[in-house]
Design a protein around this ligand. Structure first.
Ligand SMILES: C[S@@+](CC[C@H](N)C(=O)[O-])C[C@H]1O[C@@H](n2cnc3c(N)ncnc32)[C@H](O)[C@@H]1O
Length: 245
């Protein structure tokens, strides 16, 4: 994968008006931000209207709208790193894949370009923006299998989804403590003994590691990639109840 606009993210999905003290990447302290005029476009790639990426020989042009939808409508570094991992380390031809908290859908698109049968999911409020990005980048007939886009709010209506996926993927979805139980419940619901869960993660706060501990209660978890420049880790997990069989 080549980056055409490869600035890495400069902010974290944290409470507006606060910034994390992240010398060691795991510090929970927050400080008030000074209010200073700045040129947003130079400050962060999040404020760009579109960003271009190249995966599987195809250019993907992702439209972003931070002001409209915030975290769900920009590309996070974890999506790029997980996309690179999928492209280089995983054979996805004809595999069933579900993506959680897809945002702009970049990682799910990479899976689709690799020939997977992908269901890309998001909260209702972010689905229209997700659909626009998928439609403009993956028009019908341009991947071996059509891409499905569906609403999935973690922990809700899980009976609409099978437990037969071969891969469950998600990038930068570990960031709201209040969602941790529901996210874990969703991962467990979607998994069977054969399922591989792949999570691209930026560990920003102590609480993020709490989720990893919760995950380890149910899944055998292994770090399979660390991208030092972007400080992103990819974790691979399989249901623990199956690994001892
Ligand atoms: C930091 S963004 C990451 C977006 C995208 N995966 C990426 O890496 O570019 C977190 C995403 O999780 C989604 N999300 C947050 N809470 C959720 C929930 N309870 N159910 C489903 N999705 C949720 C948000 O809508 C958002 O798109």
């Amino acid at each position: 994968m080549d980056f055409e606009q490869n600035d890495t993210e400069t902010t974290a999905p944290c409470v507006s008006g606060q910034v994390s003290n992240r010398d060691d990447g795991r510090n929970d302290k927050t400080y008030a931000l000074a209010v200073v005029p700045y040129d947003e476009d130079k400050l962060s790639p999040f404020h760009l209207a579109e960003r271009k990426f190249r995966f599987a020989g195809r250019e993907l042009v992702i439209r972003q709208s931070w002001r409209e939808l915030g975290v769900a409508a920009v590309v996070w570094d974890a999506a790029v790193v997980l996309g690179e991992y999928l492209e280089t380390e995983v054979t996805l031809t004809d595999q069933t894949v579900v993506e959680l908290g897809a945002g702009t859908g970049l990682t799910g698109m990479v899976a689709a370009l690799q020939g997977a049968k992908v269901t890309i999911t998001e909260r209702e409020m972010a689905l229209a923006s997700l659909r626009r990005n998928i439609k403009s980048n993956i028009p019908p007939g341009t991947t071996p299998h059509p891409v499905l886009i569906q609403e999935l709010t973690w922990g809700q209506n899980l009976h609409h989804y099978p437990s037969s996926y071969q891969y469950v993927i998600g990038s930068d979805i570990i960031y709201i403590k209040e969602t941790f139980q529901d996210l874990l419940k969703t991962l467990v619901h979607l998994s069977n003994c054969e399922t591989v869960v792949l999570l691209g993660c930026k560990i920003r706060y102590e609480r993020d590691t709490d989720f990893l501990k919760m995950l380890e209660g149910k899944f055998e978890v292994k770090e399979v990639r660390y991208d030092q420049r972007r400080d992103i880790r990819v974790y691979k997990a399989r249901l623990r109840s199956c690994t001892s069989l």
